[in-house]
Design a protein around this ligand. Structure first.
Ligand SMILES: [Fe+2]
Ligand SMILES: [Fe+2]
Length: 136
């Protein structure tokens, strides 16, 4: 998995959300680096949990912002978030069972692709609406 690097084309036009997306990418990179370095179970587990916690916080923040903006596609957007949270909890459960072996290149690639595709797809679609409403 190549390191995720935030760039201007990821900007959804809301500074706080851009910063949160950058932090999610940084946590995923840290997980990747930890896996490559063979970091011990506790450190890798901590990073995985930090990514989960931060992602949940970000989704909640974003969903509240979309609700404030009366974004018409809120429900569908929330469903995309919920689907990732289910997947990420499954990774966490797998981690509880087998330890660091649960954190693999395919798992990290899946997360990296999901984050990139979601930002460039669903998140980007609210950009003009949120900017028009001026709630950011
Ligand atoms: Fe989103
Ligand atoms: Fe987002």
């Amino acid at each position: 998995m190549p390191r995720m690097i935030w760039a201007e084309h990821y900007s959804v036009g809301v500074a706080s959300i851009d910063a949160q997306h950058q932090k999610m990418m940084a946590l995923l990179n840290r997980l990747h680096d930890g896996m490559m370095a063979g970091t011990d179970k506790i450190a890798l587990g901590g990073t995985l949990q930090a990514l989960i916690d931060y992602t949940m916080m970000h989704f909640k923040f974003e969903e509240e912002l979309l609700a404030r903006a009366d974004y018409p596609d809120c429900a569908a957007h929330r469903q995309e978030h919920a689907a990732l949270l289910r997947q990420i909890q499954a990774i966490r459960q797998q981690y509880e069972k087998v330890g660091p072996r649960a954190v693999t290149i395919p798992v990290l690639s899946f997360l990296a692709n999901w984050i990139a595709n979601h930002i460039l797809g669903a998140d980007m679609r609210y950009r003009s609406h949120v900017l028009d409403k001026g709630v950011a």
